[in-house]
Design a protein around this ligand. Sequence first.
Ligand SMILES: [Zn+2]
Length: 433
Amino acid sequence: MVYWQQEYETMNHTELHELQFKRLKQTVANVYENVPFYKKQFNEANIKLENIKSLDAITKMPFTNKHHIRDNYPFNLFAVPKKKIVRIHSSSGTSGKPTVVGYTSTDIKNWSNIMARNMAMIGLTEDDVFQNAVNYGLFTGGLGVHYGVENLGAMVVPSGTGNTKKQLEMMLDYGVTALHCTPSYALYLAETAQEMDIIDKLSLRIGCFGAEPWSSNTRKDLENILDLKAFDSYGLSEMYGPGVAFECQEQDGLHIWDDHFLVEVLDEEGEQVAEGEKGELVITSLTKEALPLIRYRTGDITRLLESECACGRTTTRLSRMLGRADDMLIVRGINVFPSQIEQVIVQIQEITDQFQVIIDRGRHHLDEILVRVELDDDAFTGELKDLAAVRKHVENELKTILNIRTNVELVEKGTIPRTGGKSQKVIDRRNAL
Ligand SMILES: [Zn+2]
């Protein structure tokens, strides 16, 4: 099966824009009528429904951000009565009130079809056994992927997170062919499988990895060690959850489903960036019933890819996420993304892919940035013959990319903490007393 909903996946641009325009007007009418927050926003911006004459009207509309969702905790942004809501999900809420998202039964059906599209696109079939090794429950990653895979007809193993040896046993015993988890957990699974000496007995052929940024070198490692093809998955709970955009088998950017999402890439002032430039991904939902969102600022940095995709799908494509707008560190007035540091680290053979960034206020109150990296086992088989040379090399490479001098600290392999979920890569001590 190549397509799940071919009509939408290969729609020509004229028809697509007509459909988007129709759905945008419906969405705006819906939020204006049913969500007091938006009624106020649109009134303040002096936007009337009858003046929305083309898709370009989006550029005049007000933005929505995470704070708006929190301020309307828990259900005040919902556009339907509570009895129409069949499920909620929420963020963990570790930093204040969680963001709560809701779904009607139509929303759940749309989400499941979007996910099944992604699964068909990466070549999953009814013959596959799919281990979903992410957190179930309030987090969208578990159920969101689960229902899409079931919808497609493959067998789901809802393993959840934790107990890595048990995860690997399930993979062996059930003949698991496809895996979904975070890339850092996949690396950990791979290391553990090597230690258990079972790596050759696994039958994996497809991996879906998301929820944290990962580099093309991590992809190569995962593909080589686990003997699978690794696909990048993008999503956010505010836009259903996982599956908003996904790589196809060309592995050349992520297809985002334009019939459900209207996409903009904007600079810090909220203006559209020039073609191919990076900026913040801003999404307007076009089909969501329970929680329609206008110009939602995702905080994710990406680039639009303009070329046609060889797979035949005509959707907009995004580059892999380049970082988070709010992860951006400002060090001595220079913008630094942890993802840029990762890009450098993974290319240097003497060190592992693990790193930690520590920012401190040093002498004369100037910010100092320390990058801690791990020496690899075979650090001295290459050209660099001693610690000082390795450290100098890493510092030079970082300076080239970041335009700022960093101090590099070399530590033993395995000493930088690895976690099952998102890694704590940045320690900012500048505001600590
Ligand atoms: Zn494609």
